[in-house]
Design a protein around this ligand. Structure first.
Ligand code: FAD
Length: 413
């Protein structure tokens, strides 16, 4: 609790902070978790918009499920996920892509992946944009998918970083919400909420963390705030962090990714509609929708990269209008008549995150290791951006928290 002196202080109660705390709890280490916001979970956040309709505003899919501890955690808590393949459709420039075009798209996306894999030994770490033929009819779709995966446009993303990610091809959505699962699993841990750490003084015999609820002294500090928060200077360090750490932080910026949910009062789609639909036209940005996931009467659209930033600034109504316009293009103008509500995220504007997730700038993929490297056995770092093979994910954040807690606890001895 603020006002106290502990062995380890954890800054942030997102997945990394919570997994770190659970290791410290198991080892009976004296610790405190200081969380800036009014809730735990950070980028894991499920909102119950209506009774029986849990919507994830942040993480939702169990990526690389066979490597993902949240699969077992979901079983343990009786949460359901969907491991089935989704049927996909593409509505491009006024018509539905036929089977030949869908194959053409698959081949095109596959070629980009192969071209990238062929470069794995290349001395130069290029930008993802260099991996895509720029004048294909499907370039915009490929860029859009990249912007969802990385939350950046592909000119800002290191190919080597993408190649280091361990992707098994299993992406399983959680019915009751991955955010809700995180809260259920870690909810018993003691976390001090509304305690934003404003300053970390770390040169004395003990570090001092300054919060509006009082100061905490600690032998070790585990910092899990996002690179958006660290780069923005929201937490001041005294003395300042060394240059190599600041370089790592600025090499792994957060992009943006927002969810747009349209909520209907009935099923307006029927059974024949593909479960996953991309809508493209030459005049505006593409969007992908998940149609009636888990049988809920919703459509779930997603934006990424610069366009997500632009639309977020345009506002909630503009975002919902954009999604509705795209839905009408594909399904006819009457389809949105039964939309009764919408829910739109704004991750760039979230004061405790400042974006969606990290991508390494071209030439900087090695900086993930630097971000995770402790300073003077005093300051330890965790969070999705510290993971070299599972960044931008819930499981990457989980493992990074465990690792930082183990290192910090070992250094107490
Ligand atoms: C829109 C979106 C969709 C996503 N989809 C998926 C998905 O489907 N599957 C998946 O695996 N991953 C997904 N992710 C990524 C995943 O959510 C994150 O990688 C993960 O939740 C990050 O956890 P973290 O603990 O590293 O960081 P955070 O969740 O950001 O936690 C950091 C915590 O620190 C707190 N904090 C900040 N500043 C301070 C301060 N000064 N003092 C104290 N506390 C502070 C914050 O409030 C926050 O609670 C998605 C993310 C977003 C935004």
């Amino acid at each position: 609790m603020p006002g106290s002196s502990v062995d380890i202080a954890v800054v942030g109660a997102g997945i990394a902070g919570l997994s770190a705390a659970s290791v410290l709890e198991q080892r009976a280490v004296d610790y405190v978790v200081l969380e800036a916001s009014h809730r735990i979970g950070g980028r894991a956040y499920t909102e119950d918009v209506m009774p029986g309709l849990p919507l994830d505003l942040g993480c939702h899919w169990l990526h690389s499920a066979s490597l993902n501890p949240f699969v077992e955690i979901a079983h343990h808590h009786g949460f359901h996920y969907d491991s089935s393949e989704k049927t996909g459709g593409v509505f491009a420039n006024g018509t539905w892509a036929d089977a030949d075009q869908l194959r053409e798209i698959e081949v095109f996306l596959d070629q980009n992946d192969k071209q990238m894999a062929a470069l794995s030994d290349d001395a130069e770490d290029r930008a993802l944009v260099d991996m895509t033929e720029r004048d294909s009819p499907w370039t915009a779709l490929s860029d859009y998918i990249d912007s969802l995966d990385s939350s950046h446009d592909p000119d800002c993303v290191s190919v080597r970083d993408v190649l280091a990610y361990r992707h098994t091809g299993e992406d399983w959505p959680v019915k009751q919400g991955l955010g809700a699962l995180v809260v259920r699993h870690f909810g018993e841990l003691l976390v001090t909420l509304n305690a934003a750490v404003e300053r970390v003084e770390w040169s004395g015999p003990k570090a001092r963390l300054v919060t509006p609820r009082g100061d905490v002294e600690a032998n070790k500090v585990i910092i899990t705030a996002s690179t958006g928060i660290l780069a923005g200077g929201d937490i001041r360090f005294d003395p300042e962090l060394p240059d190599w750490k600041n370089e790592a932080i600025s090499s792994l910026p957060l992009g943006n990714h927002n969810r747009i949910y349209l909520i209907f009062d009935r099923d307006v789609f029927g059974q024949e509609v593909p479960k996953r639909v991309a809508v493209l036209d030459s005049d505006s940005a593409p969007i992908r929708f998940y149609v009636r996931p888990f049988g809920f009467n919703i459509v779930h659209g997603m934006t990424g990269g610069r366009f997500a930033d632009w639309l977020e600034r345009a506002g909630v109504e503009a975002s919902a209008d954009f999604a509705m316009q795209k839905l009408k293009e594909a399904f006819g103008s009457s389809v949105t008549r039964h939309v009764v509500r919408h829910l739109v995220t704004a991750w760039r504007g979230d004061p405790w995150v400042r974006g969606a997730y990290s991508a390494a700038r071209p030439g900087h993929s090695h900086q993930r290791g630097e971000l995770a490297r402790p300073i003077d056995d005093r300051l330890f770092f965790a969070g999705e951006a510290c993971s070299s093979s599972a960044y931008a994910s819930a499981h990457g954040a989980f493992f990074s928290g465990v690792e930082a807690a183990e290192k910090a606890a070992a250094s107490l001895a």
